[in-house]
Design a protein around this ligand. Structure first.
Ligand code: BEZ
Ligand code: FE
Length: 297
């Protein structure tokens, strides 16, 4: 088919998928072509604007290295990563509960670029942020399944920036800091010390930073601590706890905030902490119970 107008051009591009041997790939590409053509027509894209877009995507690719993934940052800041996270968790929940629009499990959010595999496994009660800038915080809670049954031996893989919003990985040559793995006790309980995380900006020294500025957007994320919570025969959850009252909770640069993940941090004077630790300066506490969806073995 030789297209003679815009509608026929879209049809011609779709017909080129006729010989595609992978039905899922054909579905994805067909939808992509349909939406891309519709987008170009809707905004009446000019050749110089099209070229500016090509140059932008080229710069995004060139900014990627083994230490930086600018395409994921682009996806994060356009809300695409969060859309994939939300749909993925709903798909898993639908499988076991039949619910269409809610999950009973702890809600998931974006992983972000600062996960570092192989954090040290530490005992319950450990301070995972010794020597890290920031106000001490006692974290505690339980891991249960979605029926409320305690999950013993669940793994919490925890990481955050420091009290000024800087991650260990952002400091050239730094060792791991403010990250660890812990396992829940027989009753599904966990507790550990870290710091109260601060808000911080996503990396803005590349093309995505220029895009945010051109869009009139700030680059900040509200204060949060990351967790991957997992246990055998349960769906793992990659999530955060957000600090209630933090700036940017209403305008997270990567759309990762979910109301169910906002936690009150309670301030305490110096003295005996809930785990018996004698604190010689004021500290905070944050309590959160995680729920994991049981999965067939
Ligand atoms: C983060 O939370 O660490 C993060 C997430 C997405 C983009 C940049 C940073
Ligand atoms: Fe983060």
């Amino acid at each position: 088919m030789t297209p003679s107008n815009e509608d026929e051009l879209t049809q011609a591009a779709l017909q080129r998928l006729a010989e595609c041997g992978d039905p899922r790939f054909a579905q994805v590409m067909s939808s992509l072509i349909t939406h891309l053509h519709a987008f170009i027509r809707e905004v009446d894209l000019k050749p110089d604007e099209w070229m500016a877009g090509i140059e932008f995507l080229t710069a995004v690719g060139q900014a990627c290295s083994d230490k930086r993934q600018e395409f994921i940052l682009l996806s994060d800041t356009l809300g695409a990563s969060m859309m994939v996270v939300m749909l993925d968790q709903l798909r898993a929940s639908r499988g076991s509960t039949g619910s269409l629009s809610v999950t009973e499990a702890t809600e998931a959010t974006v992983q972000g670029p600062y996960y570092w595999q192989g954090a040290p496994e530490v005992p319950l009660g450990a301070d995972i942020a010794e020597g890290v800038k920031g106000e001490p915080t006692f974290y505690s809670g339980r891991v249960t399944d979605t029926h409320g049954r305690p999950v013993a031996g669940a793994l919490l893989d925890v990481w955050s920036g420091d009290g000024e919003g800087v991650y260990d990985m952002q400091v050239e040559g730094s060792d791991m800091a403010a990250r660890a793995r812990l396992r829940t006790d027989e009753e599904g309980r966990y507790w550990f010390w870290s710091i109260r995380p601060s808000f911080y900006p996503v990396p803005v020294d590349g093309p995505v930073g220029q895009m945010l500025a051109a869009m009139g957007r700030h680059p900040n994320r509200p204060g949060h601590i990351h967790m991957k919570v997992s246990a055998p025969q349960h769906a793992p959850v990659t999530t955060h706890l957000f600090v209630a009252g933090s700036p940017y909770l209403d305008s997270d640069a990567v759309f990762g905030v979910r109301p169910s993940l906002i936690v009150d941090y309670e301030r305490h004077p110096a003295g005996k902490a809930p785990d018996g630790r004698e604190m010689n300066r004021p500290y905070w506490s944050a309590h959160y119970d995680f729920r994991l969806e049981p999965q067939a073995a």
